[in-house]
Design a protein around this ligand. Sequence first.
Ligand SMILES: CC(C)(COP(=O)(O)OP(=O)(O)OC[C@H]1O[C@@H](n2cnc3c(N)ncnc32)[C@H](O)[C@@H]1OP(=O)(O)O)[C@@H](O)C(=O)NCCC(=O)NCCS
Length: 188
Amino acid sequence: MNFPRIIQGEKIVLKRADATFKLAEELVTAVDESRKDLLPWLPWALNNKTAEDEFGWLLNWCEKNRKENVGYAYIIRKKDGGKLLGSVDFMKINKEWKSGEIGYWLRSSEVGHGYMQEAVRLLEKEVFARDFNRITILNDTRNTRSVNVAKRAGYHLDGILRQDRTSPTENIFVDTNIWSKLKSEYKG
Ligand SMILES: CC(C)(COP(=O)(O)OP(=O)(O)OC[C@H]1O[C@@H](n2cnc3c(N)ncnc32)[C@H](O)[C@@H]1OP(=O)(O)O)[C@@H](O)C(=O)NCCC(=O)NCCS
């Protein structure tokens, strides 16, 4: 599938998430700063607490999935200065159905500048250039910022999975939005 190592945008650049300890240390700093905003939506934020944990993610998730062609993870950096902003991935790839899912997070101090909007658009361009037919985005129905990312990027709300998972932080079942964009809807 050969997703590129680097994807250049206007304000940001997406860099392949390679397993280095330096990157793991940068990631844990960003996650530590942002943990309270990540925790309600992303269960992994409960566990990734040290650079070793992040290195484990880089090695056992990013590199492994890339080698198996089932997921591509990118680190988002500011073009100007290279600050790590967060990550975005195309994952759960189904080669037969030509589909996969985009997931994302930003460090808290960098929310509200349109960086994820740009990251999603950069990544979906690569996805649809590779003959995929469908991209899915999933989010908790209460996650307004993530809902707005999907809406602004022109994704269609296919429906809501009622109480299909538990909240990472509260003892409640939560509802999940399923958004999608099809190749036939992609405007470039
Ligand atoms: C979800 C998340 C990535 C959204 O980040 P975000 O910065 O709001 O997303 P966008 O890149 O779409 O930016 C939109 C915001 O930037 C502003 N903005 C500024 N310049 C912009 C531009 N050129 N283009 C688009 N938006 C711009 C928008 O007005 C909007 O801010 P507002 O909602 O306060 O009006 C972030 O809140 C996050 O990481 N949350 C925690 C983790 C999480 O929930 N992940 C998703 C799990 S499903």
